[in-house]
Design a protein around this ligand. Structure first.
Ligand code: HSE
Length: 456
């Protein structure tokens, strides 16, 4: 039996004596760091919902100050907060005596990390929407929150308004989560959906996403899977009670997906989605590891994730007792992200009034993170082969020699060559990657057009 250190039981409820509150009716001082789309929307909603927020919290929210990098810019929403401090000195703001909760919506890693650590050290609870920060530094930041006895909330870091962090943190706290698979990046879902529904190329769909404001001027973090990888790290950490960081996540983006891939998927009954997949894996000896990965994935059309269109997000959770659950909605944008931030502000402010702490992450399980090569996956391999008698037999023999089982084969004429699509059963990623390398060496294989993993 594993010994449990009560020190690791962060945020145990019912210990309010250790975390006394200010008392009903006391104001809760809030500092907002960053006034981009999300920060502006948070301030707008704090003003608009002030009376209901006060009732829910037990005391009024009082915005003490806002930190920005450009003090000269006109910010209309601040007219609703006469007398507050507008500053470019965020460090000074987070240290102020009359600030109880710091809201970090700046983005980036190093600068917000300094501010968040400083806020926690000074006894402020922190609400952040910053997935990159949490995915890279959750241990250090959680330790600082525990040392100070304050709250650390980051619901908005994963899929904005969709309450997945709270769901894993609280609702499924007693269950055993086996697998989380999700569409957690709206930009790439918009692009893949546009390609599937209009036949557009990747470049055309990206241009449309940029025109409509879904894709940023530099879309790298979204299209290369980095944004989804941060979210996968957070989901895996919460779901499996194990620290999984951004660097532990194998990430591939969608830049190589072609209109031909989308069409081949459609003919086979699949939709291509950029999935974040977090899995608990148990080997033949019963040893448990966890995996978190992001890559384009063929999802069967009948799977609920295949129907998630436009820029929507969805997270599909499989838990031992709960069974299958799906959470769907707006995973990006000012108001949906602000909704999640506001929920966290209410939680943190309530604890400041009534005492106690929110349940936090508890990475007690310490499962090792599996090497990506050891993860079972399935491949959909699309290749151009020489159209000659025996080519199919030769290629299937190669798969058999490697112990890889084929689940489906489709062949069609294509000029002088033949297009051959092989779908495998599950095998270790390293074996599947090796067979692709072997196929490339065969004279009969003119080209490997694409290799896309398949889920389900
Ligand atoms: N850029 C992200 C998306 C939202 O497209 O979903 C913020 O994580």
């Amino acid at each position: 039996m594993t010994a449990v250190s009560t020190e690791s039981l962060q945020g145990a409820e019912g210990r309010n004596g250790n975390y006394p509150g200010k008392g009903i009716g006391a104001p809760v001082g809030v500092a907002v760091l960053g006034m981009g789309t999300v920060g502006t929307e948070v301030l707008r909603l704090i003003h608009e919902f002030s009376s209901s927020l006060e009732n829910r919290i037990g005391g009024p929210i009082e915005v003490r100050g806002v930190a920005v990098s450009d003090l000269t810019k006109k910010r209309d929403v601040l007219d609703n907060f006469p007398g507050i401090t507008l500053t470019d000195n965020a460090h000074e703001l987070v240290e102020r005596e009359d600030v109880d909760v710091v809201v970090e919506v700046i983005g980036g890693i190093d600068y917000p990390r300094e501010l968040v650590l400083s806020a926690l050290k000074h006894g402020k609870s922190v609400v952040t929407a910053n997935k990159a920060l949490i995915a890279a530094h959750a241990d250090e930041i959680s330790d600082a929150a525990n040392a100070a006895g304050v709250d650390l909330y980051y619901e908005a870091a994963v899929a904005a308004a969709i309450p997945v962090v709270g769901m894993l943190r609280r609702s499924l706290a007693g269950d055993q989560v086996q697998r989380i698979s999700g569409i957690v990046n709206g930009t790439t879902n918009f692009i893949l959906d546009a390609m599937a529904s209009t036949g557009a190329s990747y470049e055309e769909a990206l241009a449309e996403a940029t025109r409509l404001g879904y894709a940023e001027a530099d879309p790298t973090a979204d299209v290369e899977g980095h944004d989804a990888a941060s979210k996968a790290a957070i989901l895996a950490s919460m779901g499996f009670h194990t620290r999984v960081t951004y660097n532990d996540v194998h990430a591939e983006g969608i830049t190589n997906i072609t209109a031909d891939d989308i069409e081949a998927a459609r003919l086979a009954g699949y939709t291509i989605k950029l999935l974040a997949i977090c899995e608990r894996l148990v080997d033949d000896e019963g040893a448990t590891t966890v995996s978190a990965r992001v890559h384009p994935t063929l999802v069967p059309n009948e799977h609920p994730l295949a129907t998630v269109d436009k820029s929507y997000n969805a997270v599909f959770v499989e838990a031992e007792a709960a069974g299958r659950l799906m959470f769907y909605g707006n995973g990006a944008g000012g108001a949906p992200t602000a909704s999640a931030v506001l929920g966290d502000i209410v939680g943190a402010a309530r604890n400041k009034i009534h005492g106690g702490r929110a349940p936090a992450e508890n990475p007690y399980a310490h499962y090792p993170v599996a090497d990506f090569g050891d993860v079972p996956t399935r491949y959909h391999i699309d290749m151009a082969v020489v159209d000659r008698v025996g080519v199919l037999a030769e290629i299937s023999r190669r798969f058999a020699d490697q112990g890889i089982s084929i689940s489906a084969v489709r062949q069609e004429e294509h000029g002088d060559d033949s297009r051959l699509i092989v779908v495998t059963h599950a095998s270790l990623e390293r074996k599947l990657a090796a067979i692709v390398e072997e196929l490339k060496t065969l004279d009969d294989v003119r080209a490997i057009n694409s290799v896309i993993r398949l889920d389900g």
